[in-house]
Design a protein around this ligand. Structure first.
Ligand SMILES: C[S@@+](CC[C@H](N)C(=O)[O-])C[C@H]1O[C@@H](n2cnc3c(N)ncnc32)[C@H](O)[C@@H]1O
Length: 231
């Protein structure tokens, strides 16, 4: 009887929470639809693409012409562009984001960029909490600055679901710091602590490293890096 009551209560709680999550997502989408061009301009001047490319180049990611790669919460495409500048040429990359305008800007970027193999990159509108892909689809998931908008555990679990066993997740979250606190206000998200990220990630991933970008690079002021491997 108690168990039945508990299950009933949890279902009611989930139903009550669903509209709140959906409203939050729709606000995030509208926000990024509005700022897509400005965000893209900032990304072009701040050098993040080069920093991401240098870091990815340093890894043994085992990507070849048969690989499938997901950039989850791709925004205007900076991480996929960095991945391409690092010389990786997978069979297919998917750039996925809630914001249609950001995806449109990313598509334009991919097409005009000489270092990028645009024909093998698809821009897809979607939600990182309900990825429209089967279990164990991807050889690599890249994600930067999106888990701050969603419950960390649900997001990491979903990335683990679509990754093949033994494949990597390159997670580039906002670093808890003064800069991070300012960004929380400007962009309306919540950073996750390093300890919390490690504790939750360990449910599905082996933590290979938590490292920082060289402090001379502007990306190091706001971001840190986790290299994770799906267990
Ligand atoms: C800070 S931007 C980062 C964009 C890009 N990864 C970068 O590094 O420039 C956060 C992005 O996450 C996207 N986003 C937020 N919540 C999302 C969700 N639930 N599913 C998919 N994308 C989401 C936003 O639309 C936005 O483009």
């Amino acid at each position: 009887m108690r168990v039945v009551l508990l299950i009933g209560f949890l279902s009611l709680f989930q139903i009550a929470m669903q509209p709140t999550i959906e409203i939050k997502q729709s606000k995030t989408q509208t926000f990024y639809d509005r700022i897509a061009d400005v965000h893209n301009l900032m990304m072009q001047v701040n050098g993040y693409r080069k920093s991401v490319a240098k870091y990815l180049e340093s890894l043994d990611l085992k990507i070849d012409e048969s690989s499938l790669v997901l950039d989850a919460g791709s925004g205007t495409g900076i991480v996929t562009l960095g991945f391409q500048s690092a010389g990786f040429r997978p069979k297919q990359s998917i750039a996925l984001d809630l914001s249609f305008n950001s995806l449109k800007v990313s598509r334009e970027q991919f097409e005009k960029d000489k270092q990028t193999d645009a024909k093998n990159i698809a821009a897809v509108q979607g939600n990182v909490l309900e990825l429209p892909f089967a279990d164990e689809t991807f050889d690599l998931v890249l994600t930067c600055g999106v888990l701050e908008y969603v419950p960390l555990e649900t997001g990491l679990k979903e990335f683990a679901r679509v990754l093949k066993t033994g494949s990597k997740l390159v997670l580039i979250p906002i670093k808890p710091s003064i800069v991070g606190s300012v960004l929380e206000i400007l962009y309306n998200f919540k950073t996750h602590s390093i300890a919390e990220t490690e504790a939750i990630a360990e449910n599905w991933f082996e933590i290979i490293e938590n490292s920082n970008f060289p402090f001379t690079e502007p990306i190091s002021w706001s971001k840190t890096i986790f290299l994770l491997e799906k267990k």
